[in-house]
Write a protein that binds this ligand. Structure first.
Ligand SMILES: [Zn+2]
Length: 200
């Protein structure tokens, strides 16, 4: 819970994967219960939670969204579409066809991005306030481009849990579940009850 809003746990190891994980149930047909990005406000807060935008920008964007319902709904819908495209591209990065729609949004983000001094002594890409309500979507696009061109992409796995499919970086090659406390535990208790059924 962040400011009273439920947000998905950051288990991905990269902000672009945590963004994909704002939907659960990639193995199924559309599952409305699996949607975390239920409003523009949640999207803005989520970008803040990932530390891709500042808290002051989160508050400013929430106020702007309250004044422009239609504009905010459009950005939210486009963000969800982008999430689907990104999920496909991460799953199959050797497909030029799947990279196409991601490229188009990254180009839009790059056209507005500028280099600013970062906290760690290096520079970082920043989307200026002039991007308006699109700021969270464009910072997520830059993060997606970073992941897709990084060797970390080769370590990405998807959780096999039912109604899950959350993605994460498996650095040691030993991780199976998004988190032991959710899908991992459910699998353990399923295995336990199956063992007991076979014995009975
Ligand atoms: Zn899972």
């Amino acid at each position: 819970m962040v400011d009273g809003i439920p947000l998905p746990k950051r288990v991905g190891g990269h902000p672009a994967l945590d963004f994909c994980n704002t939907y659960a149930g990639w193995d199924e047909r559309f599952n409305p219960r699996g949607e975390w990005l239920r409003s523009y406000e949640v999207l803005a807060r989520f970008a803040g939670y990932l530390e891709l935008i500042d808290e002051s920008d989160v508050r400013r964007l929430c106020r702007a969204a309250a004044r422009d319902d239609e504009g905010a709904a459009e950005v939210l819908a486009e963000t969800r579409r982008f999430r689907k495209h990104l999920h496909s591209a991460v799953t199959e990065p050797s497909s030029a066809r799947l990279l196409g729609p991601v490229t188009r949004l990254v180009q839009r983000a790059a056209a507005q991005a500028r280099l600013r001094p970062g906290a760690q002594g290096t520079a970082r890409w920043e989307i200026p306030r002039s991007a308006g309500l699109e700021m969270p979507l464009l910072v997520l696009a830059l993060s997606a481009a970073e992941l897709l061109t990084s060797p970390e992409l080769l370590l990405v796995k998807s959780c096999p849990g039912p109604e899950c499919g959350w993605m994460f970086i498996d650095g040691r090659g030993r991780r199976r579940w998004c988190s032991m406390s959710s899908c991992g535990n459910r699998a353990k208790s399923r295995a336990y009850s199956q063992r007991h059924r076979t014995r009975a």
